[in-house]
Design a protein around this ligand. Structure first.
Ligand SMILES: [Zn+2]
Length: 103
């Protein structure tokens, strides 16, 4: 799966990565949190981490997307689109859906 993060607040588009297999959140390297009071993403030690906001999961033919919130401050700051082959089939799809519902 390939994860793309789109900021809702002019922060652009960034690649997002699973920090480890089965993680419930994604790491967005090089992006800042859209909340001015939040320091997530300002240094390599404080990378922006996001997780899906409940109830915003959507699906297209080859991708799934959901609104995401910053784990540091809890604000909804953008969306993540997960796109890729279905080599892992329904199990991987279900994992993505779960990730999008956890927050
Ligand atoms: Zn934040």
């Amino acid at each position: 799966m390939k994860y793309t993060y789109n900021s809702y607040h002019g922060g652009g588009t960034h690649q997002a990565k699973l920090p480890y297999a089965g993680a419930k959140h994604l790491v967005v390297a090089g992006a800042l949190c859209a909340n001015a009071d939040c320091d997530a993403g300002e240094s390599p030690e404080k990378v922006l981490t996001v997780a899906g906001v409940k109830g915003t999961f959507a699906r297209e033919h080859d991708s799934v997307s959901c609104e995401v919130g910053c784990l540091a401050c809890g604000k909804t700051i953008g969306e993540v689109i997960a796109k890729g082959s279905t080599i892992f089939g329904l199990e991987e799809d279900a994992a993505v859906a779960q990730r999008c519902r956890v927050y």
